[in-house]
Design a protein around this ligand. Sequence first.
Ligand SMILES: [Zn+2]
Length: 125
Amino acid sequence: MANHEPSKIGLGIRRGLRLRCPECRQGRLFGRFLKIAEPCESCGADNTRYPSDDAPPYLTIVIVGHVIVPLGVLSYETWVPSMWLNLGIWTLLASLMTLAMMPYVKGAVVGFAWATGVTRETARQ
Ligand SMILES: [Zn+2]
């Protein structure tokens, strides 16, 4: 197992959570929603070489599910709206929360890949 500096991993994740380039911290990580800017507007780094693939949606679903499902069950047990109203409200909130969180989670995954040195080329080996 490779020896990685924990501080560099934290640094990469923090920069990604701030939607900043993990290399320089100055440039924006995304050019558009979930589309990584190529190259970085500040340092010219190619951040598209860091794979994120299915990790951001997976992690976002895990986080959103752990927030929305208990709140949905709690509201259904205490507020007692109709099942369909409850389902509609929490499905809408889950969708909005997912869209809002996805760039930050993807940024964190790219920052983690930057810190650990995982690129699309090394991930295939
Ligand atoms: Zn940069």
